[in-house]
Design a protein around this ligand. Structure first.
Ligand SMILES: [Zn+2]
Ligand SMILES: [Zn+2]
Length: 337
C-alpha cells in the first residue's frame, strides 16, 4: 500500500513538472504588438488576426529597388503576387518550443520561413538545392533579395535595412513559427549575445526571439518553435504566381538597373559579355505579361505569356512544364543609346 502511494506521488510530481516546463516554453504575443512591425508599410501591407494566428497580406513587392547587384542571375524578374485572403502569410500568436527544433541546414529549402515587416517573404539562406548559400553565391541584390522561380521576390537574409522604418528594438520580421526576428542589436543598442544555433535566445524577461547576424544563418537558422512541415516546407504557405517558365541562370550577367513605370511596367538592365541588355515587361490585366528583351546590338525579342497556374511556396522547381510561350517574335530595332 505504502509502495503504491509513493509511486502515485512520484507520478503526480512528474506530471506537475512537465506542466511547468510546458508553460515556460510557451509564449503569447499580443496582436497589437505584432502589428507594429508592419505599421510603417500599411499602404501596401494589410494585417489581421484571430484567436490563434496573425495574418499578413501583401503583393510581395518592396518599395525599394530590386535585383540590382545580382551577379548570379536566374533570369527571373519580380512580379506582384496574390498574397491575400486565404492566400496570406500566417504565423501563430501563441508559439511554443518544439520538442525537436528544425534545422535550416537539413530542410526548409523551399517556401518562406519568415515574413518581413514590408510584406516580403523571407526564405532560408540556403536555396532549393540544399547546399548553395545564396548570399555567398552572389544571387542576392543589395537588399538581400531576388526573384524566385515563380517570379516571386523574396529575401534570403534578415531585412536589416527595415530597421530605419520600423524603429530600433522592434522586430523586423516574424518567423513562421511565431517568434520575432530582431536586427543585429538589442533594444538598448548592445550587440546580441549568447545566441543558440538557431540565432535565438531569451534574456531580460523578453520572450524568445531570433536575431539577424552577418554570418550564416543571418536570420533564424530553422525553427525553435513548433511548425507543421509538409514536403520540406512550412505546411501553410501562400501560393506564388509566376508569368513565365522558370529560366536558366545566365552565367556572367550582372543586374545593373531596375525601374518601374506605373503599376504594371518594369525595366531591368543587365551587363553580359561587356554589353548592356535589358528586359521590359508589362503585366496585362487577367494575369498575362509581355516581355521585350533587347540585346547588346539593339535586337528586340518580344514574348507574350498567358496567366499562369499558381505555385505553393514560390520557387517551386516542379512547375516548369506547364508554362508555355504563346508567341515569340523577333524584330530589329535601331539602337537608341
Ligand atoms: Zn530565392
Ligand atoms: Zn536578443
Amino acid at each position: 500500500m505504502t509502495r503504491w502511494y509513493i509511486a502515485l506521488c512520484f507520478l503526480a510530481a512528474l506530471a506537475l513538472s512537465a506542466a511547468a516546463e510546458r508553460s515556460r516554453d510557451s509564449f503569447v504575443f499580443e496582436p497589437e504588438t505584432v502589428a507594429r512591425s508592419f505599421r510603417p508599410f500599411h499602404d501596401d501591407v494589410n494585417v489581421r488576426w484571430d484567436e490563434r494566428h496573425f495574418y499578413v497580406e501583401s503583393d510581395g513587392m518592396p518599395g525599394h529597388t530590386m535585383m540590382v547587384g545580382i551577379r548570379a542571375w536566374n533570369r527571373q524578374v519580380p512580379v506582384p503576387q496574390p498574397y491575400r485572403g486565404d492566400n496570406a502569410f500566417r504565423f501563430p500568436l501563441r508559439p511554443s518550443f518544439a520538442d525537436k527544433p528544425v534545422s535550416g541546414r537539413e530542410t526548409l529549402f523551399r517556401g518562406a520561413i519568415a515574413i518581413a515587416g514590408n510584406g516580403v517573404p523571407i526564405f532560408n539562406p540556403i536555396k532549393q538545392d540544399g547546399r548553395t548559400d545564396t548570399y555567398l553565391a552572389g544571387e542576392l541584390d543589395e537588399y538581400g533579395g531576388h526573384a524566385g522561380r515563380a517570379d516571386d521576390y523574396h529575401y534570403h537574409v534578415a531585412p536589416v535595412h527595415l530597421e530605419e522604418r520600423i524603429g530600433r528594438g522592434l522586430p523586423l520580421a516574424w518567423a513562421l513559427d511565431g517568434f520575432p526576428i530582431m536586427g543585429y542589436r538589442e533594444p538598448d543598442s548592445s550587440e546580441a549575445r549568447g545566441l543558440d544555433w538557431l540565432n535565438g535566445h531569451i534574456h531580460d524577461g523578453a520572450a524568445y526571439h531570433y536575431h539577424a547576424t552577418r554570418d550564416y544563418p543571418r536570420l533564424n537558422g530553422g525553427f525553435r518553435g513548433e511548425v507543421e512541415l509538409r514536403d520540406g516546407q512550412v505546411a501553410v504557405q501562400p501560393r506564388a504566381r509566376g508569368v513565365r517558365p522558370f529560366t536558366r541562370p545566365l552565367r556572367g550577367a550582372t543586374v545593373t538597373g531596375f525601374a518601374r513605370h506605373g503599376d504594371a511596367s518594369y525595366y531591368l538592365e543587365f551587363q553580359w559579355r561587356g554589353e548592356e541588355h535589358s528586359v521590359d515587361y508589362t503585366l496585362q490585366p487577367g494575369g498575362g505579361a509581355r516581355f521585350v528583351f533587347t540585346d547588346g546590338s539593339g535586337t528586340r525579342r518580344v514574348e507574350d505569356y498567358t496567366a499562369r497556374r499558381s505555385v505553393r511556396g514560390g520557387g517551386n522547381p516542379r512547375q516548369r512544364r506547364d508554362r508555355r510561350v504563346d508567341q515569340g517574335q523577333r524584330e530589329r530595332r535601331p539602337r537608341t543609346r
